[in-house]
Design a protein around this ligand. Structure first.
Ligand SMILES: [Zn+2]
Length: 239
């Protein structure tokens, strides 16, 4: 009686589908993991941007301070030169004018020194901010690495589960006609991991479209494989 064979083969397909549905869901979850890791990495990189900005600020301050230091050196050099010329002057008027020039240059030097001190103070403030930001980022990095590790372990767990399900699959497959299995797998891949759908309340469990009564009768006869007219999935009726 071929009808009994078909009935038991459909039962095997239903068991196979239970495993394949799990494999399909796990496959989707696994495929989302690399993006999940990328998102975590991007969020962590974003948190490091504050530190990068502070470090740039610190470098800019150093550069500005060095410019002022060069300016101060040039100023001191100028004062030295003027002072050297002071006693070679001939008139009292020239002497006084030169003295005034030296006093002005010294006043300029004081202004530059003040500016250099301000740069040092600013640098100290930024260094304190960098230190506290570094501590924060170390904490953030710990959290990031933990989250990343959790995603990676879940990926490995999924691999393990898929292997287990594959092993269970191999035990069911010999009970199914190779041609029918091939057809089942073709539908499985083209129909979002669901190849065999139960008819419930006169509708297809895959696409939810109505299954006509004559088709339901055909399914119950187990003479041949009946597929949904809308989604082409294999149909069966739970008993
Ligand atoms: Zn359907």
């Amino acid at each position: 009686m071929p009808s009994i064979d078909l009935k038991s083969e459909i039962a095997s397909l239903v068991s196979l589908q239970e495993l394949d549905s799990q494999i399909y869901a796990l496959g989707i979850e696994k495929a989302s993991k690399p993006q999940e890791i990328k998102t975590l990495e991007a969020a962590f990189e974003l948190k490091k941007q504050g530190l990068a900005a502070l470090e740039k600020q610190s470098l800019d301050l150093q550069k500005q301070r060095k410019e002022k230091e060069l300016e101060l050196a040039a100023n001191a050099e100028g004062i030295k030169k003027l002072s050297g010329q002071l006693f070679s002057l001939k008139t009292n008027k020239e002497f006084q004018a030169m003295q005034q020039q030296i006093a002005d240059a010294k006043a300029d030097g004081s202004v530059i020194e003040e500016a250099i001190l301000v740069f040092f103070e600013e640098a100290d403030k930024i260094k304190a901010q960098i230190d506290s930001e570094n501590l924060k980022i170390k904490e953030e990095e710990k959290i990031f690495l933990q989250q990343k590790k959790a995603v990676e372990s879940r990926s490995e767990e999924i691999n393990g589960k898929i292997s287990q399900l594959d092993a269970q699959r191999k035990q069911i497959i010999p009970a199914i006609d190779p041609k029918l299995l091939q057809e089942y797998e073709r539908i499985l891949h083209s129909r979002d991991g669901l190849a065999i759908a139960a008819v419930k309340d006169n509708s297809c469990g895959g696409c939810h479209m109505l299954v006509p009564p004559q088709v339901i009768n055909l399914i119950k006869m187990y003479e041949r494989i009946i597929t949904c007219e809308v989604c082409n999935r294999i149909l069966f009726i739970k008993e």
